[in-house]
Design a protein around this ligand. Structure first.
Ligand SMILES: [Zn+2]
Ligand SMILES: [Zn+2]
Length: 314
C-alpha cells in the first residue's frame, strides 16, 4: 500500500518535472536576463470562461516598452501579474499602445479595462489604439458609457487627471501601420469567416520578427508574412474535437478557425523558428487534450512547436 502510494507520488512528480522541462525548453523565466524583445502571454484563452486562461492578449515588450495585441477579459490584471513576476515594462501605467486584430468580444472585452484602469492608477497619456474599422465606433460607445464615472473621478475628490482617459483611435488598412525606435508593425488581412476585416500583425524589432495570427482560418497571408520568421503565434483547434462536433459547428470552424492539421500545413510553408499555439480550442474528454492537440500539430509539422499558457514568456 505504502509502496504503491510512493510510486504514484514519484510518477506524478516525474510528470510535473517533464511538463516543466517541456515548457522551459523555449520559454523564459522573468528572472532571466531579458531578451531585447520579450513575448508575454497575458491571455491564451477563447470565449470559454476558463479561470486558468484569460481572453486572448499578447504583450510584445521591446526594450521595456509594451505593445499589446488584443485585450481579452483579464488583460490589465495579467499585465500586473507579469510586472510582479519581473517584467517591469508591463507595469499597468505603462500600457498605452494597443493593436486589435478584430472586434469579436473575446478579443475586446478588456478594452474598457485597458482604457480606464491604467488611467485611474495614474497614466497621464492617452491610449493609442490601432485596429479594424468599427474600433472608432466601439471606442465612442465605451467613452459615453463611462462618462459619468469619468466626470466624477476628474471633477470630484479623486482628482484624476483629464488626459489619460482619452483614446486616439487609428482605423488601419493593410501595410505598415506603426513605427517607432523599437518596432515596425505591419498589419495584414486574415480569413475569419464573415468578419470583413480581421488582421494579423507582423512585429519587426532589432532582434526578432514575430507574427501573430489573431483569429483566422488557414491563410496564405500568414505564410507570406512569416516566411521564416522567428516566432509564429497562431490560433488552433483540435482535429479530434472537430470530428466529434455537430455539422453546423463544422461550417463555423472551417470558415473561422484553423485546425491542427491545417496549422501543420501552414507552419510547414511559413517555416517559423518557433511555432507557439494560443487561443487553443480543444473540447475535453479523456483524449481531446492540450497534449493531444500538440501531438496532432506535430504529426504534420517537423519544426519546434509549444502550446502557450497565461504568463509564459518567450
Ligand atoms: Zn477569438
Ligand atoms: Zn474571432
Amino acid at each position: 500500500m505504502n509502496s504503491k502510494t510512493t510510486s504514484q507520488r514519484a510518477a506524478s512528480i516525474l510528470s510535473l518535472v517533464l511538463l516543466l522541462a517541456g515548457a522551459g525548453s523555449y520559454s523564459q523565466s522573468a528572472n532571466d536576463p531579458p531578451a531585447k524583445t520579450q513575448i508575454v502571454f497575458l491571455g491564451t484563452g477563447n470565449p470559454s470562461a476558463n479561470p486558468d486562461r484569460m481572453g486572448p492578449s499578447v504583450a510584445i515588450v521591446v526594450n521595456g516598452t509594451p505593445y499589446i495585441v488584443d485585450c481579452g477579459p483579464g488583460v490589465v490584471r495579467r499585465a500586473a501579474a507579469a510586472a510582479r513576476l519581473g517584467v517591469k515594462g508591463l507595469e499597468v501605467t505603462h500600457l498605452k499602445t494597443l493593436f486589435v486584430t478584430h472586434l469579436h468580444s473575446d478579443h475586446t472585452l478588456g478594452y474598457p479595462d485597458l482604457i480606464f484602469s491604467p488611467w485611474v492608477l495614474g497614466r497621464k497619456e492617452p491610449l493609442e489604439v490601432y485596429g479594424p474599422s468599427g474600433i472608432q465606433a466601439m471606442t465612442n460607445h465605451l467613452l459615453l458609457a463611462y462618462k459619468e464615472d469619468n466626470d466624477i473621478r476628474i471633477n470630484g475628490l479623486e482628482h484624476a487627471n483629464a488626459t489619460g482617459n482619452k483614446v486616439n483611435v487609428h482605423e488601419i488598412k493593410p501595410g505598415v501601420i506603426y513605427r517607432d525606435e523599437n518596432v515596425t508593425v505591419k498589419a495584414f488581412l486574415v480569413k475569419h469567416g464573415s468578419w470583413r476585416q480581421a488582421y494579423g500583425y507582423r512585429f519587426e524589432t532589432s532582434d526578432r520578427t514575430i507574427v501573430i495570427s489573431g483569429d483566422t482560418a488557414p491563410a496564405e497571408s500568414i505564410v507570406e508574412n512569416c516566411n521564416g520568421c522567428d516566432v509564429l503565434i497562431h490560433e488552433v483547434y483540435s482535429q479530434l474535437g472537430f470530428k466529434a462536433a455537430k455539422e453546423d459547428w463544422h461550417k463555423y470552424l472551417l470558415s473561422f478557425h484553423t485546425s491542427s492539421r491545417e496549422l501543420s500545413e501552414v507552419a510547414t510553408k511559413a517555416k517559423p523558428k518557433l511555432l507557439i499555439l494560443y487561443h487553443q480550442m480543444w473540447f475535453g474528454g479523456s483524449t481531446d487534450t492540450e497534449q493531444g492537440l500538440l501531438n496532432e500539430v506535430r504529426q504534420g509539422y517537423a519544426g519546434k512547436v509549444v502550446s502557450a499558457h497565461d504568463l509564459e514568456i518567450y
